[in-house]
Design a protein around this ligand. Structure first.
Ligand code: BV8
Length: 247
C-alpha cells in the first residue's frame, strides 16, 4: 500500500488508543539541534566513522571529546520546541498507553516533561567508562566543557559519551521495551527521521505487521516510506501539535 499524503488535521485517535511514537533528529531541528543527513547535517561535515564508532573515537579521544563537548554546549543552549511539548502533553493526558521512543541523544524530550522515554541511542549528557569491564556507573556529566581529563576515576581507562555508536548494539532491555511497544500499539507515529538507521528503521514495519496504523511526519519521504500508511509533510513543530490535537 503506498503512503498517502494527508491534509494536516487532528488524528482520529480512539479514546483509549495505544500510541507508540518514535522521534528522530527532525523532531529537534526546530529547536536548533543539527540533524545528521540534511544539508549542513553532522554527518555531512564529519565522517561518522571517525567519531560515531568505538574505533574512530578511541583512535583520538581528544578529538572525539572536543566534538561531543561542542555538541553538549550547543544543545544546552537549545530549548524544547512545540513538537516536544505537544508530545509530552499528549503523553500526560491521553487515556490510552503512549510509549515514546527516541533516536535522539539531546535530552529535549526530558526537558519538555516527557514521562516515560526510551532513549535507544543513549544520552549526550551521560558519560561512562570506555572499558566495559569497569565498575564505574554511567553518570550525568556536569564537568566543565573545557575538561580535558577524560581518564576514568575508577580504573584509569578512557571515558566516553554514553551513546550508542555505529556497530554497537542498542541496550537489550530497551529493545525489549521497544518490541513490546511495537507489538501492542494501535497507532505508530514516526517524527523527523530519514529511516536510514537500524534497527529503528524497522520499527514501523513491525508495528504495521502487528496491525497498527503507521504515520510519518517528515520534510521528505523517508527511506522506509513504504512502511507508512499516512505521510504528513511539514515541520514537526508545526504539524505534530495539530496531529496530536494540541495546536
Ligand atoms: C547495531 C548516536 C548491531 C550517536 C547514532 C540492519 C540491521 C541492524 C543494523 C544495521 C543494519 N544495517 C546497517 C546496520 C548498522 C547500523 C546502521 O543502521 N547503519 C546505517 C547508516 C545503514 N546500525 C548500527 O550500527 C546500530 N547498531 O545495529 O548493532 C549489533 C548487534 C549485536 C552486536 C553488535 C552490533 C546502532 C545505530 C545507532 C548509531 N548512533 N547516534 C550520536 O548521536 O552521537 S545514529 C544517528 O542517526 C542519530 O542517533 C540519529 O537520531 C539517527 C537516525 O537519524 P535521524 O534521526 O533519522 O536523522 P537524519 O538526519 O538522518 O534525518 C532527519 C530527518 O528529519 C530527515 O529525513 C529530514 O527530512 C527530517 N527533518 C529535518 N528537519 C525537520 C524534519 N522533519 C520534520 N520537521 C523538521 N523541522
Amino acid at each position: 500500500m503506498s503512503t498517502v499524503e494527508m491534509p494536516i488535521k487532528a488524528l482520529p485517535f480512539e479514546p483509549d488508543a495505544r500510541v507508540t511514537i518514535l522521534t528522530g533528529a527532525g523532531a529537534s531541528a526546530d529547536s536548533g539541534v543539527p540533524t545528521f543527513r540534511d544539508p549542513g547535517g553532522l554527518w555531512r561535515r564529519i565522517d561518522p566513522n571517525t567519531i560515531a564508532t568505538a574505533r574512530g573515537f578511541f583512535a583520538d579521544p581528544v578529538r572525539g571529546w572536543a566534538l561531543y563537548h561542542e555538541l553538549r554546549t550547543h544543545v544546552r543552549a537549545c530549548e524544547p520546541n512545540a513538537a516536544h511539548h505537544a508530545i509530552s502533553a499528549f503523553q500526560a493526558e491521553h487515556r490510552g498507553v503512549v510509549r515514546l521512543i527516541t533516536q535522539n541523544v539531546d535530552g529535549l524530550h526530558l526537558r519538555a516533561g516527557a514521562r516515560e522515554l526510551i532513549e535507544i541511542h543513549g544520552n549526550l549528557f551521560h558519560t561512562r567508562c570506555g572499558d566495559e569491564t569497569c565498575d564505574l556507573a554511567p553518570f550525568f556529566d556536569e564537568r566543565p566543557e573545557a575538561a580535558t581529563d577524560h581518564r576514568c576515576p575508577s580504573c584509569g581507562g578512557v571515558l566516553r559519551p554514553d551513546v550508542v555508536w555505529f556497530g554497537e548494539p542498542n541496550d537489550l532491555e530497551l529493545e525489549r521495551e521497544v518490541s513490546e511497544a511495537l507489538a501492542s500499539c494501535d497507532w505508530y507515529l514516526a517524527i523527523g527521521t530519514s529511516g536510514t538507521v537500524y534497527p529503528a528503521a524497522l520499527y514501523a514495519r513491525f508495528a504495521k505487521k502487528n496491525g497498527a496504523q503507521t504515520v510519518i511526519v517528515n520534510l521528505e519521504l523517508p527511506e522506509n516510506a513504504g512502511d507508512f500508511d499516512l505521510h504528513y509533510t511539514g515541520r514537526a513543530a508545526e504539524v505534530v501539535p495539530i496531529l496530536l490535537g494540541r495546536p
